[in-house]
Structures are given as C-alpha cells and as structure tokens.
Write a protein that binds this ligand. Structure first.
Ligand code: BT5
Length: 253
C-alpha cells in the first residue's frame, strides 16, 4: 500500500553536506509538501546532536530526512522523537531476530549496539510546532565502523545484504503508521510503547552522570524529554549532556 504522505515525493542526491540542512534550505521554496523526503548516498558533514558527526560509508546505508507538520504544542515536542524512534524500531524488529531497543533519547540499538541515529529540528509558530525536519541515519550494509566500536548495521546482525530501496520504503511505511498515531492523539499508546522499547527501563544499568559512575534504573521520561533515573531509591532528572550510558558495561551483561 502507498503511504499517504511520507515519501510521496523523494529527492535523491548522490552527495550532500547534510540531508537535514538541504531539506531546511529547500523548504523555503513554494510547493514543498508535508512528507517530502530527501535521501543521499553520501553526506560530507552528516550531523548528530550538539555538533557531533554522523559518518556513513558511501552507498551502503540509508541516509534520509523528511518534513512533517505535526501541529502539536511545544510542550509535547518529545512525542515526535518517540514516534520516529518507534517507527524505526517496529521496522527493525521485522528485519532481525536480535533485540532492538531505543536508547534514550532516540538512538536505536540492535543487539545492544547503535544501528541508527535520529536528528529532529523543529520550527515553531508561537507555541505550535508547525514543522519538523526529521533526519535518520540507518546503518544497513556497512560491515565495519572503525572508530565506533559500539556501532552495528542490519547486515552485520542479520548476516546478509539488504536492498536499500526496499529498506527505505518499508522504513517510511512504519514511521508513517506511528506518525498517524501522533496526529490522532494516541499519546498514551505512544508513551507506553516508547517505555516498553526503552533500554534500561526498570532495569539497573551503568551510567556516567556528570563524570561519576552511577548505577540506576530508568523510571520514565519527563514530558519535555528528560531522563528520569532512580538511583538508590532517589529520582533524578537528566538531560542529554549530563548522562551517558556505559556501552562497555552493556556488552558484558
Ligand atoms: C545522532 O546523533 O545519532 C543523530 C544522527 C542523525 C544522522 C542523520 S543522517 C541524515 C540526517 N542528516 C544529518 O545531517 N543528520 C541526520 P548523536 O546521538 O549525537 O550521535 C552521534 C554519535 O554517534 C557520533 O558522535 C558517533 O559517536 C556515533 N556515530 C557516528 N556515525 C555513526 C554510525 N554510522 N553508526 C553508529 N554510530 C555513529
């Protein structure tokens, strides 16, 4: 079945600085509709959060950005992250028998290693999010990650090659299903499905919290997306720059 909005128009590029940046530029032009997708074989400056880089071998992986108009209140903005992450998880669970998790806030892990990253950049009209550029890097056929020991790809885990075009269209379908849940106001379902797939939810894992080794279990995520960690029965909230999961410890569990 055709998607209703996502991917009805796809712009394909061989090489671009960043698909998110490219999409943001062309959105200034008329005739850009919700669901417009930009895919690239290679990014020269793929972006992660807070100035980090997304590195992806040419022609091996899915690198895409698409445009949504969620029209939800700013206080609900983390729901956009949740539906995109859940769409990727739903899709990956159909491709591999290994475990698939969301690592807060929205990294996607297969077999406890990072297989996809998500970068969402919103625009606001007063208190309403009227535009979201959603970027996803999904490792598909890349078979080594050099300086990222905790990275993986679908092909590493499933031990076979994938057809990128098929991955792209299936991925978009799964994300659209979740996006419509957001549009239809199914916030409780989205919130509980997010927690069900969240690595470390109600399980003790090792973190570094402002540089200090800390064992804690995730109790939830606040409405504005902060991680709620229970440490020695005390609940604390953290944002992205304050806490990081110990991947090394994770591999030994
Ligand atoms: C992310 O940031 O994970 C968001 C990545 C979003 C990339 C997409 S690609 C299409 C679109 N256009 C863009 O310019 N960006 C988006 P963050 O959570 O900050 O993670 C970045 C970190 O992941 C890096 O600092 C590396 O440690 C690691 N990393 C880089 N490339 C990776 C890869 N291919 N696989 C796994 N980890 C990687």
């Amino acid at each position: 079945m055709e998607n209703l909005i996502l991917g009805n128009k796809i712009i394909r590029l061989d090489r671009v600085e960043s698909t998110n940046s490219y999409l943001q530029e062309i959105l200034l032009k008329p005739n850009c509709h919700e669901g417009l997708v930009v895919v690239a074989d290679y990014q020269t400056s793929g972006r992660g959060q807070r100035g980090s880089l997304w590195e992806s071998e040419m022609g091996k992986n899915v690198i895409l950005s698409f445009w949504l108009k969620p029209m939800i209140e700013i206080e609900n903005q983390f729901l956009i992250s949740k539906v995109v992450a859940l769409g990727v998880v739903d899709f990956l669970k159909k491709q591999t028998t290994h475990s698939v998790h969301i690592k807060w806030p929205n990294d996607i892990l297969i077999n406890y290693k990072k297989a996809a990253g998500i970068l969402i950049e919103n625009t606001l009209d007063s208190k309403i999010i009227n535009g979201s550029v959603v970027g996803i890097g999904l490792n598909v056929n890349q078979d080594s990650f050099g300086r990222f020991p905790y990275a993986t790809s679908l092909s590493i885990e499933a031990k076979k090659e994938f057809v990128l075009e098929d991955i792209l269209s299936e991925l978009l379908k799964h994300i659209e299903v979740r996006y419509f849940q957001l549009k239809n106001g199914l916030f409780d379902k989205i919130n509980s499905d997010y927690l069900d797939n969240l690595l470390g939810y109600q399980k003790v894992l090792k973190y570094s919290v402002v540089g200090v080794t800390t064992y804690g279990e995730i109790a939830g995520v606040s409405k504005n997306g902060k991680l709620q960690l229970k440490v020695n029965s005390q609940l604390q909230e953290y944002d992205l720059k304050e806490i990081s999961l110990d991947f090394n410890d994770l591999q030994t569990r």
